[in-house]
Design a protein around this ligand. Structure first.
Ligand code: B12
Length: 436
């Protein structure tokens, strides 16, 4: 993350007309609030544009906008920043800013009205947990316990697992692959992009630009309430539970519901993984940039992201059919894999079911990352190199993806106690799910 003082000092030095802040993962959100506060302190009077995958109009309205009085605007798509900037620089800028402020006030009110009604107590949520039928189910024992490390995985073995939709999304297309290549409105531009992307991918494969690595581990585990206890290890895994009031018989999920409870007498396991397209992607991207080829510089990074995600998909398949082996007869094509038709899940710290990015510390520790793939966690728990994915494996056939959505302060305090981490620190890591 770029520290606030560097952003603000640069803005002053360059006499900029406005500042743009971009946030990919949630720890950036709180940093944006600090930048806004600091701008107010330093009496800045230029507008701030907010964007990035983890940001939203709602968060901007409720948490960032109130901290700064000279205009904070969420811009959903970078291409819209031109028209927004024009309005902000025009003579009618105060009319525009007032309209935005009114809209954000309304969003804030509707958020405050909603939050009063929809959450149930932590105790009630725990009573309404999801219960797997453990009496009639015996978890499969993985073929090994501990960690296996795979280095120099050839890219040609990974490419068939690529999901091309996010490739097009990264270049601003909203439709899915392959429809994006068929739609009359998008097909010409999309086809050109696809040809360029696949040509660069072919070159990258031939010249061995990627140094893909995967670390996989399986650990004996049982659940104890919302925590997952790892046997023979000095650490537990901590999870949040949904607190939204559910209709009908729908449960309040927590990831620990999918691991056999300690008092069930059943042996169970959890898996962990960390994969990367390698340390070369950034360097090659920089080489292109140094040669004034920004297009290829972005393209290779987007392809690196696709390789990382495809490797996560490939290794998950290997885990289900071979390494853990709980789905030995699975036979799914790439389309089925993208639709998540497999048994079990692979939630990643930071995703909606486990929004606490700091659980990556435990994951990296368990996988002994320092001694194998050597991925690094930044102070805001982003992974270096960027084209990397890490997460957990759950094997139970009823395990499913879900979102925590919102929790209240009671659960935050309970979680902070269990995890022995300051409540304030946690608020910075997953502010988007906490009702305060
Ligand atoms: C591509 C992607 C990846 C790639 C690359 C990540 C990277 N290079 O750092 C890979 C596959 C490697 C990846 C990994 C991870 N990811 Co990811 N990833 C995405 C994904 C699918 C798209 C993001 C993206 O690049 N989009 C394309 C760009 C162009 O779009 P954009 O960032 O939104 O920007 C647009 C606008 O927001 C706007 N904009 C952006 N910035 C700005 C700034 C200004 C001033 C303005 C005006 C506009 C603007 O303009 C852009 C064009 O329209 C999103 C989900 C999603 N659909 O958004 C998840 C997402 C960002 N990832 C997420 C997570 C959790 C992770 C992991 C932590 C998972 C894990 N445990 O391994 C890792 C972390 C990797 C790391 N290095 O730390 C979460 C973050 C959630 C959170 N609240 O923190 C998301 C939101 C998925 C989700 N739904 O949960 N990821």
């Amino acid at each position: 993350m770029v520290p606030a003082n560097i952003i603000l000092d640069t803005a002053k030095k360059e006499k900029v007309d406005m500042i743009g802040l971009s946030g990919l993962i949630t720890p950036s959100l709180d940093e944006m609030i600090d930048v806004a506060k600091e701008m107010e302190n330093q009496k800045f009077d230029i507008p701030v544009l907010i964007g990035g995958a983890t940001t939203s109009k709602k968060h901007t309205a409720i948490k960032i906008n109130p901290e700064y009085s000279s205009g904070i605007i969420h811009v959903h798509d970078a291409s819209k920043s031109v028209s927004v900037s024009q309005k902000l620089m025009s003579e009618k800028k105060s009319v525009f800013k007032n309209e935005i402020n009114e809209e954000y006030e309304k969003l804030k009110d509707s958020y405050n009205n909603n939050k009063a009604t929809k959450l149930i107590s932590l105790e009630e949520a725990r009573k309404n947990k999801f219960i797997c039928d453990w009496d009639n189910y015996n978890p499969t024992k993985p073929t090994f316990e501990g960690v296996k490390y795979y280095d120099n995985i050839p890219a040609e073995e990974i490419v068939d697992y690529i999901d091309w939709t996010p490739f097009f999304n990264a270049w601003g297309f909203n439709s899915r692959y392959p429809k994006v290549l068929e739609n009359d409105k998008t097909k010409n531009e999309a086809q050109k992009l696809f040809d360029d992307g696949t040509a660069l991918l072919d070159q990258a494969i031939k010249e061995k630009w990627f140094d893909a690595k995967a670390t996989i581990g399986f650990f004996p585990a049982n659940s104890s309430g919302d925590d997952i206890i790892l046997h023979n290890k000095q650490l537990n895994l901590y999870n949040l539970r949904q607190q939204i009031a559910k209709r009908g018989k729908k449960p309040n999920y927590c990831l620990s519901d999918f691991i056999a409870p300690i008092d069930s007498g059943k042996k169970d396991w959890i898996g962990g993984f960390a994969v990367t397209a390698g340390f070369n992607v950034e360097k090659i991207g920089q080489d292109f940039a140094d040669n004034n080829d920004d297009y290829k510089s972005i393209m290779i990074k987007v392809l690196g992201d696709r390789i990382a995600e495809a490797l996560a998909e490939k290794m998950h398949e290997k885990v289900r059919t071979e390494l853990w082996g709980y789905s030995k007869n699975e036979c799914l094509n790439n389309k089925d894999l993208i639709k998540e038709k497999y048994v079990g899940i692979r939630p990643a710290p930071g995703y909606p079911s486990c929004p606490d990015h700091s659980e990556k510390l435990a994951l990296f520790d368990l996988l002994d990352i320092a001694n194998n793939s050597k991925l690094k966690l930044t102070e805001s728990y982003a992974v270096y190199p960027a084209s990397s994915v890490s997460g957990w494996y759950f094997s139970h056939p009823d395990s499913r993806y879900f979102g925590i959505s919102r929790i209240d302060e009671e659960q935050l305090i309970d979680y902070a106690d269990r995890k022995k981490m300051e409540k304030e620190r946690l608020i910075k890591i997953f502010p988007q799910v906490i009702d305060l």
